[in-house]
Design a protein around this ligand. Structure first.
Ligand code: ATP
Ligand code: MG
Length: 688
C-alpha cells in the first residue's frame, strides 16, 4: 500500500505515535498522506472509530472517506471523517447536556443569525447588523465570550456590540440553538470545564488527523489540543502559502506554535509535486515568491514542462465568459476522452459566477456552482427546511417564525409580536408559549385558535414523519404535506413570474424526491436496476437534512464543469483550469485605503496566497483571464490586468534579467494591449 508513496510520505504515514506535522507546498500529497495514514492505523490494529480525520469541507470529507474505503474497505466506514464543525456537532450532541443543550439543538445558518442580530439590536439595517455579526464571530473565533469581549473593548462602539452579543447569546440559549462559531467554541468550553468529558474523548480517540492545518483558527487549535492530550497523538498537514482564511480568524500562529507546544513534534517536508506540470508550478512559485517565508520550501514536478500558461484578455465579462467556454469546448474536442468534470472555472467572488453560468447554459454544457449559492441556500428549500427543523426541535424560534409565515396562514405580525413578548416574559420558546394556558389573556381568541391549529399540524406531521419508512411512503407523505401547507400556491403567489415559480417548484419537487430516496427501501433507478438500501424514517432523514442544509454537504460529483470561488477550490484539482477575472481590484482585491501600510501589506500577502491556491489547482493546462473593462456598481470602468499576471511570467531563475525591469516591460506590454489591436499581435503566451 505504501508503494504509491514516496519516502518522505512513508515516513509521515509510519510515524504512528506522537505528534507529526507535514509541511509542504501544493499538490505534494499532504492529503494523500492523511488518507494513507488512516489506512495504516487501521492495519496496525487501531479501531476505525478511534480515528478522527478533520477536513476543511464536507465535500473533502466525503472524498476522503471514499479513498480510505478503497484502501482498507469497510473498516474505513467507522472512522470519524468530518469538518471541525461537524466534529463539534458530534461532541455537543453527545455531551452538550452539561452546557444545558438538549441533544436535538438547532444550528442557525448565517441568514438566521443575521435576523436574530437585527432583532437583538433593534435595527432593520442589514449592513449594520452584518458588521455586528462579523464582530461577534471574530470574538468567538478568538475564544472570547460576551463578558470577555466587554472587558477588552476599547471603544464605546465595541462595548455596545459586546452588550448586543450578550443579548444574542441569551436568545440562542433560549432557542436551544447554536451558530456556526459555537460549533467550535461550545465544545471547547465543554472540554475545558468538564475534565471527565475531555478524558472520555481523549481515551476514545487514538489518533487525530487534520488536513489544511494552516487555516485553523485559535479555537480550533485549542479544541484539537484538548482532544489529543499532552502527548499529542496527531498528524497535521498544511502549507503556510495556502493560508487564505485570515479574514475569518485563521492564524498562521497555529503553525508557529506547534513545535513549541509539542517539543517532540516530528516535522516532515514533501518536495515533489505530483499534480501540475512544470510550467504551471513555475507560475505558482513566481507568484508566491515575494511573500515572506515562514518555512523554506522547494517544490518540483516530474510531469514535464507541459503547455505554457495562457493569458487571455477580453473586452468585458460576458466576452471573457464566452472565451472561457470556447476554450473548454476546444480542449474537450481535441481529446475525445476528456470529461466535463475535468474542467473548472475559478474566480474570486460568488457574483462572478452568473455570466459564466449564462455562457455555459447557452453552450449547453452541464455545470455546478460550488462555494456559491447552493441548492440548499435557495429560499424555497430553506422554507421547507424550516419545517423539518421544527419537527426536530420545536424550540427553534427562527424556524418557527419562517414556517408559521411561509406559506401565510393568517397569522400576522401583530399576533407573532404578542406571542414573542409572551414567550420572552415566561422564558419560553415560541412553540412552548403556544399551548400555554395563560396565552388567552395576551391574545384574542381567534389568534390563539390559529396558533393552536399550526401547533397541532406540526405535532401531527412530526408524529407521521416518525412512522413513515421507505421512499414510497415518504413520497406520499411529502406530496400530502406540500398540498396541506399550500406550498405550490404560495410559490406562484410570491414569485416575480410564472417561470420563476415553476423553476422554484421544480426545486421543491427535486428536494422532496431526494429526501424520499434517502428513506431507503427498494429503489428502481432509470435503468431498471433495483437496489435495496437501509430503510429510515422520514424524521431520521429530516434530522440529517436539517444539519446538512446548514453545513452544506454535497452529493458525489456528477460529470459537470465546476464553477467555484477560489476559496472553495482549496485542496481540489482539475486537469484544466481557467482562472477568471484576474484584474487589479479583484485579485488582489481593492485595497482598503484607510488601512495602514502594514495591514495593507499583509492583505496583499493573503491575496498572493489566494492566487497561488488558484494556480496550483491546475494539473495539465491553465488559462488566466482578465478583462479590459469591468462593472463597478452601475458604471463600466477601465480595468488593469492583475500584477500577479505579470509576476507569473517572471523568470526569477535567470539572473541576467532584472525582475523589476521585466515587470515594467510586461506591464507596458499589457497596457499597450489594453488598447484595441490587430489580431495575432503580442507574445505567444497570450491567446487570441
Ligand atoms: P493541496 O496543497 O492542494 O491540498 P496536497 O498536498 O494535499 O495538495 P494531494 O491532493 O494529496 O496534495 O495530492 C496531489 C495529487 O498528487 C493527487 O492527485 C495525488 O493522488 C497525487 N499524489 C500524491 N502523492 C503521490 C505519489 N507518491 N505518487 C503518485 N501520485 C501522488
Ligand atoms: Mg490537500
Amino acid at each position: 500500500m505504501t508503494a504509491s508513496l514516496n519516502l518522505a510520505q512513508q515516513d509521515a504515514v509510519n510515524h504512528l505515535r506522537g505528534p507529526c506535522l507535514v509541511l509542504a507546498g501544493a499538490g505534494s500529497g499532504k492529503t494523500r498522506v492523511i488518507t494513507h495514514k488512516i489506512a495504516r492505523l487501521i492495519q496496525t490494529g487501531v479501531e476505525g472509530k478511534r480515528i478522527a480525520a478533520i477536513t476543511f469541507t464536507n465535500k473533502a470529507a466525503a472524498e476522503m472517506r471514499e479513498r480510505a474505503r478503497a484502501l482498507v474497505g469497510k473498516a474505513a466506514g467507522d472512522v470519524l471523517i468530518c469538518t471541525f464543525h461537524a466534529l463539534g456537532v458530534r461532541l455537543l450532541r453527545e455531551d452538550g447536556a452539561v452546557l444545558g443543550l438538549k441533544a436535538q439543538f438547532s444550528i442557525l445558518d448565517s441568514d438566521d443569525v443575521l435576523g436574530l442580530i437585527k432583532d437583538c439590536g433593534a435595527t432593520t439595517d442589514a449592513a449594520t447588523a452584518r458588521q455586528w455579526q462579523w464582530a461577534i464571530s471574530r470574538w468567538k473565533n478568538a475564544g472570547l465570550d460576551a463578558a470577555a469581549a466587554q472587558a477588552q473593548a476599547t471603544s464605546e462602539g465595541e462595548r455596545q456590540t459586546a452588550l448586543l452579543m450578550a443579548r444574542y447569546q441569551e436568545r440562542l440559549a433560549a432557542y436551544q440553538s447554536v451558530d456556526f462559531d459555537d460549533l467550535i467554541g461550545l465544545p471547547l468550553r465543554m472540554l475545558q470545564n468538564h475534565e471527565h468529558i475531555s478524558q472520555k474523548w481523549r481515551a476514545r480517540l487514538a489518533h487525530v488527523l487534520v488536513d489544511e492545518y494552516q487555516d485553523t483558527n485559535a479555537t480550533q487549535y485549542e479544541l484539537m489540543k484538548l482532544l489529543v492530550g499532552a502527548q499529542g497523538s496527531f498528524t497535521a498537514v498544511g502549507d503556510d502559502d495556502q493560508s487564505i482564511y485570515g479574514w475569518r480568524g485563521a492564524t498562521l500562529d497555529n503553525l508557529k506554535r506547534l513545535p513549541l507546544d509539542y517539543p517532540k513534534l516530528k516535522i516532515i517536508k514533501l518536495e515533489q509535486n505530483y499534480r501540475s506540470t512544470s510550467a504551471i508550478l513555475r507560475a505558482a512559485n513566481n507568484v508566491i515568491g515575494p511573500n515572506p517565508k515562514l518555512f523554506p520550501k522547494t517544490l518540483y514536478s516530474e510531469l514535464g514542462e507541459g503547455e505554457p500558461v495562457r493569458v487571455v484578455d477580453s473586452d468585458h465579462e460576458a466576452h471573457e465568459a464566452e472565451r472561457a467556454v470556447a476554450r473548454i469546448q476546444s480542449l474537450r474536442q481535441t481529446s475525445p476522452h476528456k470529461e466535463w468534470r475535468d474542467f473548472a472555472l475559478l474566480y474570486r467572488a460568488n457574483h462572478q459566477a452568473r455570466v459564466f453560468e449564462q455562457a455555459l447554459r447557452r453552450a449547453q454544457i452541464p455545470y455546478k456552482v460550488s462555494g456559491g449559492q447552493s441548492f440548499f441556500d435557495r429560499a424555497e428549500i430553506k422554507d421547507l427546511c424550516a419545517w423539518l427543523r421544527l419537527w426536530i426541535n420545536e424550540d427553534d424560534d427562527p424556524a418557527f417564525l419562517r414556517a408559521v409565515t411561509t406559506p401565510k396562514r393568517g397569522i400576522g405580525h401583530q399576533t407573532l409580536g404578542a406571542l414573542g413578548e409572551f414567550a420572552a416574559r415566561y422564558k419560553l420558546s415560541l412553540f412552548g408559549a403556544l399551548f400555554s394556558h395563560s396565552l388567552g389573556a395576551a391574545l384574542p381568541a381567534r389568534a390563539v385558535g390559529s396558533l393552536h391549529e399550526f401547533g397541532r399540524d406540526l405535532n401531527d406531521q412530526r408524529h407521521r414523519a416518525q412512522h413513515t419508512v421507505g421512499h414510497e411512503a415518504a413520497r406520499t407523505f411529502l406530496t400530502d404535506w406540500l398540498k396541506a401547507i399550500g406550498y405550490e400556491k404560495h410559490l406562484y403567489d410570491s414569485s416575480d413570474s410564472e417561470g420563476q415559480a415553476a423553476a422554484r417548484w421544480t426545486n421543491v419537487l427535486e428536494f422532496c424526491d431526494w429526501m424520499a430516496g434517502r428513506c431507503g427501501g427498494q429503489i428502481d433507478d432509470a435503468a431498471g436496476v433495483t437496489t435495496s438500501t437501509e430503510r429510515k424514517t422520514l424524521l431520521e432523514v429530516a434530522q440529517t437534512i436539517s444539519l446538512i442544509s446548514t453545513l452544506n454537504e454535497r452529493e458525489q460529483d456528477p460529470n459537470v464543469v465546476t464553477l467555484s470561488t477560489l476559496h472553495a477550490a482549496k485542496g481540489l484539482e482539475w486537469p484544466h483550469v481557467v482562472l477568471a477575472g484576474v484584474i487589479e481590484g479583484m485579485l488582489p482585491f481593492r485595497p482598503d485605503e484607510d488601512a495602514d501600510a502594514a495591514v495593507q501589506a499583509a492583505r496583499i500577502e493573503e491575496e498572493r496566497r489566494l492566487m497561488y491556491v488558484g494556480i496550483t489547482r491546475a494539473q495539465r493546462t491553465l488559462a488566466v483571464s482578465w478583462t479590459r473593462r469591468r462593472k463597478k456598481g452601475r458604471e463600466i470602468v477601465a480595468a488593469q490586468p492583475s500584477r500577479f499576471i505579470a509576476e507569473m511570467a517572471l523568470d526569477r531563475s535567470t539572473t541576467r534579467e532584472d525582475p523589476r525591469e521585466k515587470l515594467k516591460a510586461l506591464r507596458a506590454e499589457f497596457a499597450r494591449r489594453a488598447a484595441p489591436m490587430a489580431a495575432g499581435d503580442g507574445p505567444s503566451t497570450i491567446e487570441k
